[in-house]
Design a protein around this ligand. Structure first.
Ligand code: SF4
Length: 81
C-alpha cells in the first residue's frame, strides 16, 4: 500500500481526494467512491498501486504478410534495411 498523491487533509482526520472529478471527502478508515483510496489515520493511501490490472499474451507481429494478391508485401524488416 502506497501513500496516495493528489489529496489534502481537512478537519477531524478527514481528507479530500483530488485525483478525479468526484473530489471525495473521505473520513477516517473509509474509502472513496472508487473503492481503491482509503483514509488511514488521516492519510490517503492507494490500495491498488503497483498491482496488475490486465495481462494479455500478444505477438509483436500479427500480420507480417499483406494479403493483397496484387501487391504481396512483407511488413517486417531488419534494422538497417
Ligand atoms: S473516486 Fe477515487 S480517485 Fe476519485 S476522488 Fe474519489 S477517492 Fe479519489
Amino acid at each position: 500500500m502506497k501513500e496516495a498523491s493528489f489529496w489534502e487533509a481537512i478537519c477531524n482526520e478527514s481528507v479530500v481526494c483530488n485525483l478525479c472529478s468526484h473530489h471525495c471527502q473521505i473520513r477516517k478508515d473509509r474509502v472513496g467512491i472508487c473503492g481503491v483510496r482509503r483514509n488511514l489515520d488521516g492519510k490517503l493511501y492507494s490500495l491498488n498501486y503497483g498491482k496488475l490490472v490486465s495481462s494479455n499474451l500478444d505477438p509483436i507481429e500479427k500480420t507480417s504478410v499483406s494479403l493483397s494478391a496484387r501487391q504481396p508485401q512483407l511488413f517486417h524488416r531488419r534494422d538497417g534495411m
